[in-house]
Design a protein around this ligand. Sequence first.
Ligand code: COA
Length: 165
Amino acid sequence: MKRTIAIYPGSFDPPTLGHFNIVERALKIFKKVIIAVAENTSKQALFTFEERVGLLKKIYKGSKSVEIDHFHGLLVNYAKKKKAKVILRGLRTVADYEYELQMSFTNKNLFPELETIFLMTENRLSHISSTLIKEIAYFGGACENMVHPQIAESIYQKIQEKHKK
Ligand code: COA
């Protein structure tokens, strides 16, 4: 599979250490991972679409095997555009399973050549969620053990800005 490109889609609001761990491990399997920031219409975002792309670009600056991109609309159309046939997703607990199963079946239905490959989130990271990170930071808690330090800084800054409004 070392010749294969995998698309790792998500809202990444914000990207967490769990996401980065999935990317790091996936690079041992795939030639390249494209982290594709999607607009998830069902979630209330802290960071704008552009800000999330910017956060990821800062982290992976200089990396030849990780590309940061974004897409609007259906993931399958984006995968076709990128000529990629593998979607990468992380699974944390059984709670993720049903949601992920439904998404992978739906995507396969729309684009039968597309395969979704799941990596199990490492145990030490499986409690992490972007929503909980935002909540912890909002109430003044520390989230440095769940996100990259640069991203933690941006979360605190963003929450302060929102408080001022
Ligand atoms: N470790 C720790 N946490 C992880 C993780 C990991 N390895 N992988 C995911 N998470 C967490 C995230 O923190 C996030 O937490 P939250 O629910 O509290 O926000 C959650 O799991 C999932 O977020 P994320 O990984 O950013 O993905 P998502 O579920 O928001 O992404 C899309 C969904 C974007 C892939 C999907 O909506 C999509 O494809 N949209 C495009 C439109 C489309 O094609 N729709 C039809 C799809 S069938």
